[in-house]
Design a protein around this ligand. Structure first.
Ligand code: FAD
Length: 394
C-alpha cells in the first residue's frame, strides 16, 4: 500500500472522518483516510440535510451544535465550493397539548442557553408556513436553523484535505487494529498493514465491529431512518420542519407512547426539507432493526400519510424514490469523542445519532486539536468514550 508512515490514520469517510481529515491536514499533520467504500457511502449519504440547532438537547450537545453552525456559516467561502447551504430557519409544529408542555420546557432551556427560539401561535406559524395544516395548535420557530447538502460537505472536505496533503484511500476496509500490548500502532487492510501511532475510529454505526478487534465493546446501535424523496416542486416550505412527535421519538419516548401502534413501532415523526432543486425529503422513522437498510411499504405509507396530515397539499405530490440510513445511536444520546485511555494511540469520534450533519464540522475541528495534541477549548468529559463501564472486554 502506497500510504507510508502517516502521522494519523482515519477510519471512515463520512462527515466525521472527512471533516477531521480536513482540519488535521490544515494543521500540516500527515493524514491517511481509509474508507471501505466511497466518500459519504455510509450514513452521511443516506440522511436529511438539516443543521437544526433547536432540536438539540440543551447542554453540551447544543453548545457543540452552535459552534458547528458558526463553522457552516463560513464553510462555503473557506472551501471555495457550493454546499447548498441555506440559513432559512426551522420550525417544530405542535399538534397536542402534551407536546406543547414538552416544547415549552425545551424552549425555556434553549433560550436560557442563548438561542432565540420562539414559541409562536398557530396563526404566526401559518404565516411562516402557509402550507401547514390548520389543526396545529402552535409551533416553535428559530431563524438561526439552516440546511446543507451533506454529501457535498463530505466531498468538499475530502478535496480540501487532499489539497493540503492528506491521502484518501477508497475501497479499503480496515479489518483490524495492529496492537502492541494495549497500544494501537496501526491497522490491517486487505492491501496490507499501515502503521501510525494515532488512529481515529470514525466508522459511524460500523465502529463496534472494528472495536471488537481491539477488545472494545463500543455501545453504538444502528437506528434506521426511512425517507421519501418527492418529485421537484416549487418552494413549499420555509426552512426545515419537524413535528413535535419527531422530537418526542428522539428525546422523550414517554410522549411517543401516546401515538398509535404503528407510529410507536416505527418511531414515526415528520421531518421535511427541500433541496435546492425542489425535491422534498420527507421523513421519517427511528427503528432498531439491525444493519439492514431496506425500506418497507408499511413505513412508506405511514410517512406519506403523516406528511399529508400535516401538509395537506402534499396529497398531489409524487414520490419518486425512498431510501434508508442508519443513525449511530448511543444509550445516552451523546457521541463518543476523544482518546481511548486504555488503548493508547486510539481515538474515537462516532455515535452522533441524528445530529451528525449538524455536528460534523465542530467534531472534526475538536478531534483535530485532540489528535494533534493542541490546546482543546472544550470540556470533553460528557463525551468520554470511557463513560460506558463495559467498554473494555479484555
Ligand atoms: C434518515 C436519517 C436522517 C438524518 N438526518 C439528519 C439531519 O437532518 N441532520 C443531522 O445533523 N443529522 C442527520 N442524520 C444523522 C447523520 O446522518 C449521522 O449522524 C452522520 O451522517 C454520521 O456520520 P459518520 O461520519 O459518523 O458516519 P458515516 O457517514 O456512516 O461514515 C462512516 C464511514 O465509515 C466507513 N467504514 C465503516 N467501517 C469501516 C472499516 N472497517 N474500514 C474503513 N471504512 C469503514 C463506512 O463505509 C462509512 O462511509 C440523519 C441520519 C439518518 C439515517
Amino acid at each position: 500500500m502506497n500510504a507510508k508512515s502517516p502521522d494519523v490514520i482515519i477510519v471512515g469517510g463520512g462527515i466525521v472522518g472527512t471533516s477531521t481529515a480536513y482540519f488535521l491536514a490544515r494543521k500540516g499533520v500527515k493524514v491517511v483516510l481509509l474508507e471501505a467504500g466511497d466518500i459519504a457511502g455510509g450514513t452521511s449519504g443516506a440522511c436529511d440535510r438539516a443543521i437544526m440547532i433547536q432540536s438539540k438537547n440543551p447542554g453540551p450537545l447544543l453548545k457543540m451544535a452552535l459552534a458547528s453552525a458558526g463553522i457552516y456559516e463560513r464553510l462555503e467561502d473557506e472551501l471555495g465550493e457550493t454546499l447548498e447551504y441555506n440559513k432559512k430557519g426551522g420550525m417544530i409544529v405542535i399538534e397536542r397539548e402534551e407536546e406543547m408542555k414538552v416544547m415549552e420546557r425545551i424552549v425555556d432551556r434553549q433560550r436560557a442557553s442563548g438561542i432565540d427560539v420562539q414559541l409562536i401561535s398557530r396563526k404566526e406559524a401559518i404565516a411562516i408556513q402557509p402550507a401547514v395544516a390548520p389543526h396545529i395548535i402552535g409551533a416553535t420557530w428559530w431563524d438561526g436553523d439552516a440546511d446543507v447538502n451533506p454529501m457535498a460537505v463530505c466531498l468538499a472536505m475530502t478535496r480540501a484535505a487532499r489539497a493540503k496533503g492528506a491521502k484518501i484511500v477508497l475501497n479499503t476496509r480496515v479489518d483490524s487494529f495492529i496492537m502492541e500490548k494495549n497500544r494501537v500502532t496501526g491497522v490491517n487492510t486487505a492491501a496490507g498493514p499501515i502503521r501510525a501511532d494515532r488512529v481515529l475510529v470514525a466508522a459511524g454505526v460500523w465502529s463496534p465491529e472494528l472495536g471488537k478487534t481491539a477488545g472494545l465493546k463500543i455501545p453504538i446501535i444502528p437506528r434506521k431512518g426511512q425517507i421519501l424523496v418527492s418529485e421537484r416542486i416549487a418552494p413549499l416550505i420555509n426552512g426545515n420542519v419537524l413535528s413535535g412527535s419527531y422530537i418526542a421519538c428522539k428525546h422523550n419516548p414517554k410522549l411517543a407512547e401516546k401515538a398509535g401502534q404503528s407510529e410507536k413501532k416505527l418511531g414515526l415523526g415528520l421531518s421535511l426539507g427541500q433541496t435546492k432543486n425542489g425535491n422534498l425529503l420527507i421523513g421519517g422513522t427511528r427503528e432498531f432493526a439491525g444493519y439492514e437498510r431496506s425500506t418497507s411499504s408499511e413505513a412508506i405509507k405511514a410517512i406519506a400519510a403523516n406528511a399529508v396530515r400535516l401538509f395537506p397539499s402534499l396529497k398531489n405530490v409524487r414520490i419518486i424514490r425512498s431510501f434508508a440510513g442508519l443513525r449511530p445511536y448511543t444509550p445516552d444520546g451523546l457521541p463518543l469523542l476523544g482518546q481511548v485511555e486504555g488503548r493508547p494511540g486510539m481515538y474515537m469520534a462516532a455515535g452522533h445519532e441524528g445530529d451528525g450533519v449538524a455536528l460534523g464540522p465542530i467534531t472534526g475541528n475538536i478531534m483535530a486539536d485532540v489528535i494533534a495534541g493542541d490546546q482543546v477549548d472544550w470540556d470533553l468529559f460528557p463525551f468520554n468514550p470511557e463513560r460506558f463501564e463495559d467498554l473494555y472486554t479484555s
